[in-house]
Design a protein around this ligand. Structure first.
Ligand SMILES: [Zn+2]
Ligand SMILES: [Zn+2]
Length: 349
């Protein structure tokens, strides 16, 4: 099969011919990839930011936002059949450890992460497990929903945590209206009555933010956006910051826009949190990390999608054009979420 593989850090991916994965374990599932979402994490992987953490051996195939059709199942798989349309929870979990028992899929003690520490979905086929696939209505097209597997899942996970903070009369700043941000805004609308203020340097991203439910949009320019947010929050700052950027100065901006006692949800990443501890205690700012989301979060997101409350905005590329897509993402030219479709997928699908 064809796979877009990373051979060396700081280099472009290469289209290789590799062996198809096989369902050898009883709970293994092979998904024929219909579409795979492109994530900023893929840029971070290429830059080598994950090398130490993931211990992945190069060359390998990234791609952790996958959807498609069941191609082969292991001997004990009963929840899906060959031909089913599925979206793939990004983590392969054991189901038996304490984290799994409490539904905390991402912290499974025996888990693995296709696309991060083993071969992922920038290929014709993906090996995952029965526990990781969510069966979908066959009318859903993988290219329309693949990015919900991680981008959407991460956004809904953070928003669900913020629900208790964001009652009526509250204000929430969303930093970044890209692939995750535009889903986060829709999830905030679906779950909370909060007033949503979106900040982003891109006019196009802000237009998309308005379209999907932002109450105010503020263009990042010098430091004027901080003043504007201060005005919009009556000088007090917002009760919550949902930061989908986490680099390029976003954290500094966010801390300047949060109310004392506020909650700062970190989703985007790349830079360090450099806040004096005396400010954290005197202002009582809570920083909350977010890693993808649970299987149940993914089911909830698919429900919101089926209800029309969450819609993905995407730009589709053939898998062969992955390096163009990555360059577009890196340079802010990509609106919504980038989606890669293997050449093997029929044009109608
Ligand atoms: Zn991702
Ligand atoms: Zn587990």
């Amino acid at each position: 099969m064809k796979a877009a593989r990373l051979h060396a850090y700081h280099e472009q991916l290469k289209m290789d011919e590799v062996d198809e994965p096989k369902a050898t374990g009883p709970h293994d599932v092979i998904v024929r990839i219909g579409a795979a979402g492109l994530c900023r994490t893929d840029l971070h992987i290429q830059e080598g930011q994950w090398a130490e953490k993931s211990q992945v051996v190069l060359p390998y195939t990234p791609g952790h936002e996958n959807a498609g059709w069941i191609h082969e199942v292991g001997s004990d798989v009963s929840n899906v059949e060959v031909g089913d349309t599925v979206i793939v929870h990004p983590f392969i979990t054991c189901g038996l450890c304490r984290a799994c028992r409490r539904g905390d899929d991402m912290h499974c003690a025996n888990g693995s992460f296709p696309g991060i520490n083993r071969d992922g979905g920038f290929a014709d086929f993906l090996l995952t497990s029965a526990r990781s696939v969510v069966k979908l209505d066959p009318s859903l097209q993988p290219a329309d929903i693949a990015a919900l597997a991680d981008a959407g899942l991460t956004a809904i996970h953070a928003v669900k945590k913020a629900i208790p903070v964001l009652g009526s009369g509250t204000k929430c700043v969303v930093i970044g209206a890209g692939g995750l941000g535009h889903i986060g805004i829709q999830c905030l609308k679906a779950y909370t009555p909060t007033e949503i203020i979106v900040v982003d340097p891109s006019e196009k991203a802000l237009a998309l933010a308005s379209e999907v439910g932002a109450d105010h949009t503020v263009k990042v320019e010098g430091t004027s956006h901080i003043d504007t947010v201060q005005e919009l929050t009556d000088g007090a700052g917002a009760q919550a910051i949902i930061d989908f950027v986490g680099e390029k100065g976003a954290l500094e901006d966010g801390v300047a826009m949060i109310e004392d006692g506020g909650f700062y949800y970190v989703i985007g990443y790349g830079e360090n949190v450099n806040v004096p501890t005396i400010d954290i205690i005197s202002r009582e700012i809570s920083f909350i990390g977010n890693l993808v989301g649970t299987y149940a979060d993914l089911q909830d997101l698919m429900t919101l999608t089926a209800q029309g409350k969450v819609t993905l905005h995407t730009s589709t590329y053939p898998l062969e054009a992955i390096n163009d897509a990555m360059a577009d993402l890196d340079n802010g030219r990509l609106q919504g979420r980038g989606i890669l479709v293997p050449a093997s997928v029929p044009a109608a699908a």
